[in-house]
Design a protein around this ligand. Structure first.
Ligand code: 0GY
Length: 317
């Protein structure tokens, strides 16, 4: 599918620039988010937060980054906000995806449009200015994302990330890390030295065909158990499950285990528009219906979906 896209002249500000007619073609076989997901049977608690979702483009206004590893189909903010309202979420945390690199303009535009109903997680480079950080903070950014997944971002030395930590300190932002299960041991020195709250995307991507006490997941539990600043997103059922939709049965014990062990340090998100899915495109109605299985009591559900994300993204700074 060819989309009619354009590209911007290089921009240093957070504002959208007038388009300049360049076409982006999504990757062959790119799976597109469902136009009409089903209504979940589970009624979300009032004030629920979808704490992991993205905006992609539109590319004619917010071009994809030259260094990107994939080119998606546009997933603009109006579709994201419509999904929020359809599923019954009150708020969203929009996470910068690697296809936009460290150009956070699409994110900032979505945050400004959402007002107090969204917060953001940005990607930054060492060259970012204090003024750009301040603009992002004013728009609702409350964290930065370090992406260690090799198919998404080129790896950088630990000191690169340590340098970024210094830049965000004055804003009180936290750090979101995304890695494959095997990377935890390799990057352990870096991860345990980070001074902020750390949120691990998709529980560190466990192999859900392994037992709960398998080596990689044991290490992840130890990471959370010994470091009180480490949080987990219990998202990614559609990415990690081998048993598949609609129940994603093999994923549930992993997420429930973390929810019960660390009830005050877990959050959850849809991961819309589900970039790089190959096996299938999930129905967000199915994903929301996993929540009472991940968090079996009302109290746990409230922490996972309301209290914890509100504390981290709305009340912290
Ligand atoms: C996710 C997962 C993926 C992509 C990204 O930033 C990204 O491009 O995070 C993935 O491909 O696993 O959470 O969106």
């Amino acid at each position: 599918m060819v989309q009619n896209h354009h590209v911007l002249s290089p921009a240093t500000s957070m504002e959208a620039q007038p388009p300049m007619n360049v076409t982006f073609e999504p990757d062959a076989g790119w799976l597109v988010y469902l136009a009409n997901p089903r209504k979940p049977a589970y009624a979300l608690p009032s004030g629920a937060v979808d704490a992991h979702c993205h905006v992609f483009g539109p590319g004619d206004v917010f071009p994809y980054a030259p260094e990107r590893k994939y080119t998606p189909v546009d997933a603009p903010k109006d579709k994201l906000f419509a999904l929020r309202d359809f599923l019954g979420f009150e708020r969203q945390v929009i996470v910068q995806a690697t296809c936009h690199g460290a150009d956070n303009r699409a994110l900032v535009d979505a945050l400004r449009a959402a007002g107090d109903r969204a917060r953001g997680v940005a990607t930054i480079r060492p060259s970012v200015s204090r003024d750009e950080l301040a603009q992002m903070h004013e728009a609702g950014v409350r964290g930065v994302r370090f992406n260690f997944v090799r198919r998404l971002a080129d790896p950088k030395p630990d000191d690169y990330y340590r340098g970024l930590v210094g830049l965000i300190a004055e804003f009180g932002w936290h750090i979101v890390i995304y890695f494959e299960a095997a990377d935890l041991a390799e990057r352990c020195d870096l991860f345990t030295s980070l001074p902020t709250t750390i949120v691990v995307d998709h529980m560190g991507r466990p192999d859900v065909t392994q037992p709960l006490d398998g080596a990689d997941f044991e290490l992840f539990q130890k990471f959370m158990g010994t470091r009180e600043n480490v949080w987990a997103k219990l998202s990614g059922a559609e990415r990690l499950s081998k048993s598949g939709p609609p129940g994603y049965d093999d994923f549930i014990p992993f997420a429930r285990h973390i929810a019960q062990a660390f009830p005050d340090r877990v959050i959850w998100g849809t991961d819309w528009p589900h970039p790089n899915m190959k096996s299938h495109m999930p129905d967000e109605g199915d994903l929301v219906d996993l929540l009472p299985r991940i968090a079996p009591s009302e109290q746990l559900q409230r922490k996972l979906l309301v209290d914890n994300p509100m504390r981290l993204y709305w009340e912290a700074s």
